[in-house]
Design a protein around this ligand. Sequence first.
Ligand code: DHB
Ligand code: FE
Length: 313
Amino acid sequence: MTVKTMQTADVKDLLEKVAGFNQDGGDERVKKIVHRFMHDVFQLIEDFDVTPEEFWQAVYYVGDLGKNGEAALLAPGLGMDKYLDIRMDAEDEQAGLAGGTPRTIEGPLYVAGAPMSEGFARMDDGSDENAETMILTGQVTEENGNPLVNAVVDVWHANTMGNYSYFDQSQSEYNLRRRIRTDENGRYTAQSIIPAGYGCPPEGSTQALLNLLGRHGNRPAHIHFFISKSGFKHLTTQINLAGDEYTYDDFAFATREELVVEANRIDDPAQAEGYGLNKPFTKVEFNIQLVSTDKPELQSRHERKRALEGEAA
Ligand code: DHB
Ligand code: FE
């Protein structure tokens, strides 16, 4: 049985009171957004004839999502981070700031204040002796190819289990997280380990909804970057390693063609020696182009809640 109540005076009046339209205090923008939001929720209940059972299931779902800390995990799974990226790309286009290496989502697992190095960093703590050694290297340039010296490349990635230090308390502090300042040629180099892809906690709220959508909760092996330098647009991006089952099937929609990077096994001992290694390794090369801007607000990452951000580091 479908009943139509959205157009009634009772419901219109209710929505206005819900959003505080009849009150002087509060924030006008929040009032308007809550009004629209609740209107659309009510409309959805009407259109889909949502039952009380379904409704309360949804309410407790949101409660659980908060309890297990997965709200910022569900958001990318539902394409919200990707949608914000699409909007920022369009804004850049409109402002004449398109170009350079493309952005992609930050994800919820950044930790601020990783150790800073000059030109080179060892990122892993050496505890995983079975991991494949990775040399991650590249050059940061302007769009015209001029090298950018002293750009800060902030890198973070998962271990071979797909887990991130800090969130995974079994790992050492800042394991697989480093900031590297580019050298006189604009180059950065990291020695680390090849990460595995990430999977949503199988018993978590995000995976529960994905199951109802017939979707998986996996990301390909990937490496996150923030790249910044004064006078240039801050870049939030990631690379996805080619050849992973999920390279083009990422539950968080972060893959972009320009950001898929080959991981090449190098067996030549001379090359290994060049990096101070005595065994074969896998090389990942990622060059980054930044776009210049004089707008200070575009030169740093946008605000959001991040682990350890704002604390002495
Ligand atoms: C998400 C992003 C990541 O980079 C990751 O490792 C795990 C999850 C996400 O967007 O949900
Ligand atoms: Fe990640």
